[in-house]
Design a protein around this ligand. Structure first.
Ligand code: IDC
Length: 459
């Protein structure tokens, strides 16, 4: 879809139809802000994200314009807007899903360009003719899509048998961290902390925990959707996979949020379809609900994602807080005997090492030969997220996951005042995410496991 829209935009330019793409509505002249980030760059080309925030009155219909002043710099194709270039001026006009921008609301756009000579540096951003302020970043010295990063090496992932496989059709394990609820700990996810996650922790994966209740998505769907998309871009810029977690928890029946899930996933899947780094997790922890109800939910949400983003891996929560049913006195056989009717999917397993031990490890060991599993969340502590770290049980778990090549994300990359957090309280108010002094015991243990070299197969 996006590619087609971009092609149409390109054709419109060629045919001189740019004028037809102009906005129908004008905006009061009160300002805008643009965050421009080069997410990757290669010989003669680049890809950039453009986040435009409306600081003026609400608008319905907008056009963002900017200059690519160097004659060697050309717009090639873009997404999330109708794009055109005329002379040195590039314009992007809002499309159905982002043409309305409330005061303070943002639209995330992106484009690819080509250049000869100097590094591209767009200037003179205007929104409906009003000049925008804001930052324009220099290209990263180590573009995330380049060789050596997890996404650069592995590319688009898919499920093969019971494994997660890379672009060479070889099984891989991703190791990374989960955010805390982004409605509470948004300040922990910034350039410095994400640089530390990618470079010091050498994480392959950022799980973006978007609670639906508890002050999350349901309170501001557009705002949370945009925050998730921003974090997807931040992960991509650093070559990390992004796991979009629709963090249902209370109520435990995911069907309660079915309509919200359809709306949310239709939007993020359309917006991120061209990216290689996105994985969708459609229900964090179903609880108090049967496997058949979870399966029904999954079979309604998965097609919505597939319609927009056909090739991404999708992960389905399991019964009993994603324990494969074990915490409800059941086990993996209910899934093995009645799997979700879809391909390229995995099933969620969660554990908290101080609470979930041998019986749970046995279930995972058995299930791993029959079901593709992904540990999208685990804690080194008790299931409350607090209490003492259980180092022996955590080590037993991580050794098992390594052996089975099961991917995992740890709860949490945050400075929450709870022992599951990796950072000491107050860390996110400062700028140091790299030193050992900011780590909790859990953070130190998990970092020591995640930061060991990956050995991703490349042939
Ligand atoms: C916990 C948070 C805590 C928050 C609580 C309720 O650590 O700060 O008050 O949720 O939202 C899970 C859930 C995860 C829990 C975590 C620890 O997926 O949301 O986070 N946990 O209790 N499953 C098992 C444990």
């Amino acid at each position: 879809m996006k590619r087609i829209a971009a092609l149409l935009a390109t054709c419109a330019t060629v045919l001189g139809l740019t004028a037809l793409l102009s906005p129908q509505t004008a905006m009061a002249a009160t300002g805008c802000k643009v965050d421009y980030t080069v997410t990757s760059q290669w010989q003669g080309g680049f890809q950039a994200g453009v986040k435009v925030t409306n600081l003026g009155a609400p608008v319905t219909g907008w056009t963002l314009k900017f200059a690519l002043p160097d004659a060697g710099q050309k717009f090639v194709q873009g997404w999330n807007a109708t794009w055109a270039q005329s002379g040195s001026t590039v314009s992007a006009t809002g499309v159905d899903w982002n043409r309305t921008l409330a005061t303070g609301a943002s639209a995330d756009l992106g484009f690819m360009g080509s250049f000869t000579g100097a590094n591209p540096k767009p200037s003179a951003f205007t929104l409906n003719g009003v000049a925008c302020t804001g930052s324009t970043d220099e290209p990263p010295t180590d573009p995330g899509q380049g060789n050596g990063t997890p996404v650069g090496v592995n590319g688009q992932l898919h499920v093969c048998g019971v494994n997660l496989c890379n672009q060479y059709n070889r099984p891989i394990q991703l190791r990374g961290m989960s955010t805390h609820g982004i409605q509470w700990f948004g300040k922990c996810y910034n350039s410095a902390s994400l640089d530390a996650l990618a470079k010091d922790w050498k994480a392959d994966l950022l799980r973006i925990a978007m609670y639906v209740q508890e002050g999350g998505y349901e309170t501001d769907p557009a705002g949370f959707t945009s925050r998730v998309n921003g974090l997807v871009d931040q992960a991509e810029a650093r070559g990390m996979y992004a796991l979009i977690d629709f963090h249902t928890l209370t109520p435990g029946d995911p069907n309660y949020n079915l309509d919200r899930a359809k709306t949310f996933f239709a939007s993020v899947a359309a917006r991120n379809a061209a990216k290689k780094n996105v994985i969708y997790e459609i229900a964090n922890e179903p609880n108090g609900v049967s496997w058949s109800a979870i399966k029904t939910y999954a079979e309604q949400v998965i097609p919505v994602i597939r319609a927009a983003d056909p090739d991404a891996v999708i992960i389905v929560g399991t019964r009993g807080w994603s324990s494969l049913g074990v915490s409800d006195g059941s086990n993996e056989t209910e899934v093995v005997n009645n799997p979700v009717n879809a391909t390229n999917i995995m099933y969620t397993f969660h554990f908290y090492a101080a609470s979930h031990k041998d019986a749970y490890r046995s279930a995972v060991s058995r299930a791993a030969s029959k079901l593709p599993l992904f540990v999208t969340e685990f804690g080194t502590v008790s299931a409350t997220g607090g209490g003492a770290m259980d180092q022996a049980s955590t080590t037993a778990w991580l050794d098992l996951l390594d052996q089975l090549k099961i991917s995992y994300a740890n709860w949490t990359y945050s400075d929450a005042d709870e022992s599951s957090a990796a950072f000491k309280p107050g860390t996110c108010d400062g700028g140091d995410y790299s030193g050992s002094g900011v780590l909790t015991p859990s953070g130190a243990l998990v970092k020591s496991r995640i930061s060991t070299p990956d050995s991703f197969p490349t042939s």
